[in-house]
Design a protein around this ligand. Structure first.
Ligand SMILES: Cc1cc2ncn([C@H]3O[C@H](COP(=O)(O)O)[C@@H](O)[C@H]3O)c2cc1C
Ligand SMILES: O=C(O)c1cccnc1
Length: 349
């Protein structure tokens, strides 16, 4: 049932590089610890990249797009056709992530993992489709085993392309109207949480809409027992194709040795599934921002994640992660280019 590569070993962060980087931080011309989390970031990137001098130069962003049967249950403020329209917008360069990728000189690709799109090529869109949208998880399993496999493989393929391009950072994004509902469903199962805790407004539901979404989630969850310790089965029953692709991507990043910068609510749900499936991958995940979606906090807490930013963003697409790129770059630049006390002839404490 599982693709073979899922059981490949996860790469271990390089502790020698981490020690060298930590020692260097202690010698730079600043009071120890004064660059705060930027110091930790540089040391972590050193360990993950296996380099005393880490770099964030080649960034690979993949947005995974898919449709969701549960959109028929009225769980989004937007109509389902927006997914396909946004795929065209990514392609045309007009989406938030298109602008941020260009601004950060990152490579952006879009993978259609199963939208309702008519066949036909769009420039820059890769098709690796598991179907024309998932089934409606309110009333049946979201996907079949074969579809889960295709979607996980789509995530792996993206990371293999990133590796081939020599990427030093991977960012996964999501696009799929209705996808805060499967993300919440996975959170509820894996955190043993009530839908009332994890259902939120998504694209802009009012309080009545959020209550309806929680009801849809309760109905879905009532069909299953014991999914809590079966993360991939939970993903099959309650997930989405783009979420499954993100799970495959995060696990692959850890196996192939590329740090992954996680975005918001939907990507964190995927990270949660991935970490429950293979706990050792946690080291490879950096968390960029705290989404305005209220349930995000509970998922972050369970992953022991303390994201870098909190800007009230709630877009997805990888946009929050892209906004955090300059912080990672700053951490590396400072680490690599500041003078040491000895170099600059500055007296140490
Ligand atoms: C124009 C537009 C662009 C987006 N880009 C990302 N999302 C985000 O919003 C959707 C999830 O929210 P919900 O579950 O409420 O539908 C996903 O497509 C997600 O990627 C967008 C949503 C819209 C409307
Ligand atoms: O934080 C996110 O990823 C998010 C929140 C709401 C809607 N779409 C995405």
């Amino acid at each position: 049932m599982k693709p073979d590569w899922l059981n490949d070993p996860v790469k271990l962060p390089d502790q020698t590089c981490a020690s060298l980087a930590s020692a260097r931080q202690g010698q730079l011309t600043k009071p120890a610890g004064s660059l705060g989390r930027l110091e930790e970031l540089a040391i972590r990137l050193s360990a993950l990249q296996g380099a005393e001098y880490p770099s964030i130069e080649k960034i690979h962003i993949t947005v995974f797009a898919a449709d969701h049967g549960v959109a028929a249950a009225g769980v989004s403020a937007f109509p389902q056709e927006v997914t396909v329209q946004m795929v065209a917008n990514f392609s045309a360069g007009g989406a938030a992530i298109s602008v941020l990728a260009k601004h950060n000189e990152a490579h952006l690709e879009v993978v259609d993992v199963g939208t309702l799109r008519e066949p036909g090529d769009l420039p820059g869109v890769i098709s690796q489709r598991a179907g024309a949208g998932t089934a409606n998880l309110q009333v049946e399993d979201a996907m079949r085993v074969e579809q889960l496999t295709i979607a996980l493989n789509a995530g792996r393929a993206a990371v293999l392309r990133a590796k081939e391009r020599g990427a030093d950072l991977f960012i996964g994004g999501d696009m799929g109207i209705g996808n805060t509902t499967p993300a919440a469903a996975l959170g509820c199962v894996l955190l043993n949480a009530d839908p009332g805790q994890l259902a939120g407004p998504g694209t802009g539901l009012d309080s009545e809409g959020v209550a309806h979404k929680a009801k849809v989630l309760r109905e879905a969850l009532s069909r299953y027992d014991n999914l809590n310790n079966q993360p991939l089965e939970a993903l099959r029953c309650l997930g989405g194709f783009e979420i499954a692709a993100l799970v495959g991507a995060y696990i692959s990043c850890a196996q192939l040795g590329i740090p992954a910068l996680v975005d918001g609510y939907i990507t964190t749900a995927a990270a949660l599934v991935a970490v429950r499936e293979q706990p050792e991958i946690r080291d490879w995940l950096l968390f960029s921002h705290q989404s305005a979606e209220p349930g995000h906090q509970a998922m972050l807490k369970s992953l022991d994640a303390n994201p870098l930013l909190s800007l009230g963003m709630r877009l997805g697409e990888g946009s929050g992660a892209a906004v955090a790129i300059p912080l990672l770059k700053a951490a590396c630049e400072l680490h690599n280019n500041m003078a040491t006390f000895a170099d600059a002839g500055v007296t140490e404490s």
